[in-house]
Design a protein around this ligand. Structure first.
Ligand SMILES: [Zn+2]
Length: 211
């Protein structure tokens, strides 16, 4: 069952849709998620999260509607913060589900120097998106930063915004980088967003930690 049937839609694995809803539930509670799903016009997902499978059946449009519903229900500023926190909460679910596939839970990974951990973690994440989702992403490296380009982005799918709005991805990477570095903070910012008319959503991740 597709959460939102739409011929132009693209899809994520059910597993990622499930992680999104479980993470959101950690941040706004069960009733909060129900309210969001109602406003997002996705009542079929209430108490009926997608199964933990890699079948690509969770629509980008469902993700976009959920992000939009957060802003509608809580206001843009609070919605922004909740999306960030959802992304942070999502990292540990993603690590459990996908970390072993990327070798990120192995001792040999944990023992790499920090810059190699970041490079290998970000490259692995890009490869995972390209292989298991309808997202197309690529990683660009500059001397001071990584740029994670999401050429097709579910978070702002179908949205029009004045400012970049894929806060969930920012939170996800902030948490991922903190995990990789043993608790350091990194500057992660969205410098372009498809919802603002840019060609892609781009996250800039400064290589050196802030602290
Ligand atoms: Zn986006």
């Amino acid at each position: 069952m597709h959460a939102v049937a739409n011929e132009d839609d693209h899809f994520l694995p059910n597993k990622i849709g499930r992680i999104l809803l479980l993470s959101l539930e950690e941040v706004i509670g069960h009733n909060g998620v129900n309210a969001v799903l109602n406003v997002a016009e996705l009542p079929d997902l209430i108490r009926n999260y997608p199964p933990n499978t890699i079948d690509r059946e969770f629509g980008f449009s469902a993700v976009g509607h959920i992000q939009q519903a957060l802003d509608r229900l809580y206001g843009q500023r609070a919605g922004h913060g909740l999306a960030l926190r959802t992304g942070r909460a999502g990292f540990k679910h993603a690590l459990r589900e996908f970390g072993p596939m990327l070798g990120m839970t192995e001792l040999s990974y944990r023992l790499l120097p920090l810059h190699m951990k970041l490079k290998s973690g970000l490259e692995g994440t890009a490869e995972l998106f390209n292989r298991h989702t309808d997202q197309t992403v690529h990683l660009e490296e500059t001397p001071e930063a990584y740029r994670f380009h999401m050429d097709l982005c579910p978070l702002c799918w179908g949205r029009r915004l004045d400012q970049p709005g894929c806060h969930l991805a920012v939170g996800f990477f902030q948490e991922g980088l903190a995990w990789m570095s043993g608790g350091k903070n990194f500057l992660v910012e969205e410098t372009a967003c498809a919802a603002c008319g840019d060609a892609a959503c781009v996250l800039r991740i400064v290589r050196l930690p802030l602290d």
